[in-house]
Write a protein that binds this ligand. Structure first.
Ligand SMILES: [Zn+2]
Length: 359
């Protein structure tokens, strides 16, 4: 029961029922009011409805069978869409990582050249790396030469192990190693709390290739132009331009639908937006949210949000209001425009306030 409660966050579970239809299995979780949308956890569908005590017991028994059974692994796979010849994108859930999302909360890409493959970001759990390798193998036998990590956040970097074992060299910003070294223990504990498992399941690696400014990777007739940016979303943001596809993989320098999260410098982020917008691409894959999107038009929402956050925090500081007053009020006019707004508002306001109060 603990697992069920945990996996659905605040939802209180009143029952569960196991359902089978052909080769498809479903565990249907029930509560007295239907609030939670259907979602998929490890290939099994969860829906919310009404039930009885008997169904609870049946459902829990079924869950135990599912967790023990080999069918679970067999149904794990990630959907990638070919968005340009040789370029594939997986769009992760716009959600805070938890047990039932299994690390699938950020966007992932891979690009196939005539000699080799590069993967951009690894998802937020070891199983994501395994599924990325499988997805690449479904398309090509060429070696996975590179795993490019757009920054150190665990929802992008915690799936690295399988890709490394498949032979990929890890490519990251020159400041990535220091950032991940300082946080890897914290991230492993954080992801264990959010997703379950043990801290030792979440392994973070140093980069094999560090990018201090720009770097071009040639996959064989296919060039990726990497750029390391000054501190913005984090202090180690890296973007990837897939030249032939005219596609920018922006990592978390671009958010769409998912409210932007600030773990670097608000002033730095706002300052680099004009240069970011000049990158010659027709389309962009944000770190979170639907993809691909038209470029640079897709920047407009994020720019407006960051400018509003900065303006509200500066006004509060000028009026002598303390940090605690802005944590529940900052960027209020943006509230209806983003998902997860309330979840990240306090964190963004705190980061912005502590930066801007020294101006
Ligand atoms: Zn991030």
């Amino acid at each position: 029961m603990y697992l069920l409660r945990y996996s659905l966050g605040k939802a209180v579970i009143f029952g569960a029922r196991f359902m089978q239809q052909g080769r498809k299995h479903a565990l249907v979780l029930m509560r007295n009011s239907a609030v939670c949308p259907a979602s998929v956890w490890n290939g099994y569908r969860f829906t919310i409805g009404k039930t009885s005590r008997r169904a609870v017991l049946q459902g829990l028994g079924a869950l135990a069978l599912l967790l023990a059974g080999p069918a679970r692994a067999a149904q794990d796979s990630l959907a990638f869409r070919q968005v340009a010849p040789g370029t594939y994108v997986h769009v992760g859930h716009v959600a805070v990582p938890d047990a039932h999302l299994g690390g699938d909360t950020s966007n992932i890409g891979f690009v196939v050249g005539s000699r080799s493959v590069a993967v951009i970001d690894s998802g937020g759990a070891p199983r994501m790396g395994r599924m990325i390798v499988e997805a690449v193998r479904a398309v090509t036998d060429k070696p996975i030469a590179y795993l490019i990590l757009t920054h150190m956040h665990p929802d992008h970097s915690a799936g690295a192990q399988s890709l490394r074992e498949a032979g990929a060299q890890i490519v990251a910003h020159g400041r990535y190693d220091a950032a991940i070294a300082a946080r890897s223990t914290f991230y492993a504990e954080l992801e264990t709390r959010r997703q379950g498992g043990a801290p030792s399941d979440f392994v973070f690696f140093a980069a094999d290739i560090a990018v201090s400014d720009t770097l071009t990777l040639d996959l064989g007739g296919r060039r990726l132009l990497l750029k390391a940016w000054p501190t913005a979303h984090t202090d180690n943001d890296l973007t990837v331009l897939d030249e032939a596809a005219s596609l920018l993989l922006a990592g978390d320098l671009l958010f769409s639908r998912h409210v932007p999260t600030l773990d670097g410098s608000l002033r730095g982020w706002l300052a680099l937006l004009p240069e970011l917008a000049r990158i010659p691409a027709r389309q962009v894959v944000p770190g979170h949210g639907p993809a691909p999107l038209p470029w640079p038009d897709a920047l407009a929402d994020e720019r407006r949000y960051l400018e509003r956050l900065a303006a509200d925090i500066r006004a509060a500081i000028a009026a002598g209001r303390g940090l605690s007053t802005v944590q529940d009020t900052a960027a209020e006019s943006e509230r209806g425009r983003w998902e997860l707004f309330d979840h990240y508002r306090g964190q963004n306001a705190t980061a912005a306030y502590t930066e801007l109060e020294w101006e």
